[in-house]
Design a protein around this ligand. Sequence first.
Ligand code: NAD
Length: 415
Amino acid sequence: MTKPNPFEIAQKQLDDCAKILMLDSDVHEILRHPMRELHVSIPVRMDDGRTHVFQGFRVQYNDARGPTKGGIRFHPEETIDTVRALAAWMTWKCSLLDLPLGGGKGGVVCNPKELSVGELERLSRAYIDRVWQFIGPDKDIPAPDVYTNSQIMAWMLDEYSKIAGKNIFGCITGKPVCIGGSCGREDATARGGMYTIREAAKESNIDLKKATVAIQGYGNVGCNAAVLCRELFGSKVVAVSDSKGGVYNKDGLNLENVCVYKAETASVVNSPHTQPISNEELLELDVDILIAAALENVITKDNASKIKAKMLAELANGPTTPEADAILYNNGVHVIPDFLCNAGGVTVSYFEMVQNISMYCWSLEEVYERLDSKMSYAYHTVLDASKAYNINMRQAAYVVAVGRVVEAMRLRGWV
Ligand code: NAD
């Protein structure tokens, strides 16, 4: 089966929104395409003395509301269409959270698992050498994404600062805290999602203290989400999974044991006092809250009608196909769409920029409080739009986000 093209999905979602907003065709056409994209060849000296040329991209989708912002992915299957789609989604995400930013994304086709630390550092610096003219605190601000981390951001910050001839901490986010990173960035995506789940539970009449939760994906986001569901709400996480399969315990999983087991064996599968469960079965469990925290396109027209959860929180990017969306809506599943649910990461990244620019560090409590306020407000804005237009939560999120970008383009005289 051929994989769906993520950029075609992003364009289709925008097309649906354009109909609801009755956008003029010229405005719609501008929004269907990235405003700028950069394709670069990146020569890197490998440990054996040869030079390998990597391919890389940086897409700046729309900057009507402010400088573009978005992560850099290092992935062997990276494609320009994935980067375009993610840059479009970043545009809508930043707008939805009412951040003064546009959307961008970057990527390098490489397998970081096959690179030595030295090769990874040289590749990270060489990427900046190729794109530095196009990025910066008031142009485009990269951040970590799939297979890039705070160490890589530190090398990139250093390379950019060397070229600029001075420290420019606000040129990149997701840095280690001791060189301008923000407190609270590590679990910001999961935590931001929790604030939307808390608000959505009120709407769906779910008592979070008694709620059961299943989580697909047990990486950075899924693992933090599991712990926070228990710590913030007292909810019971009954199932989690990773790429090799899942585990279930109807009385609630011992999350510490599952984490230790995963650290030892690289998977949650077969951790003690659990029953095995497949990823498909996990999605169909009779739980209150289903959290998607793994991959794209896992909820499709084939399984959407089997989902029994009252709420689907999309911490992953793009877990639900457009056909599945309609089925979930008709079945009354309350969906917190991805670019709302997982916006905590970029929101704290924005806080990091603000702290860098003002040369001031916020406490963890300040970060949590501001994150809660931003996420809760965005959730209620989307909920209100969904009720006002009688549309599903994803369409409502698009209506709010795209509407704001269009307004900015009009005010600036672009359309
Ligand atoms: P990660 O690589 O740390 O974890 C991904 C998890 O998904 C792993 O446990 C992996 O085993 C699991 N997985 C992979 N294939 C699977 C499959 N077929 N079935 C079930 N599980 C599978 O990645 P992450 O940073 O936790 O990101 C997870 C999702 O959240 C992605 O969609 C990412 O784009 C999105 N996201 C992450 C952030 C962030 O701050 N990390 C921000 C926004 C969105």
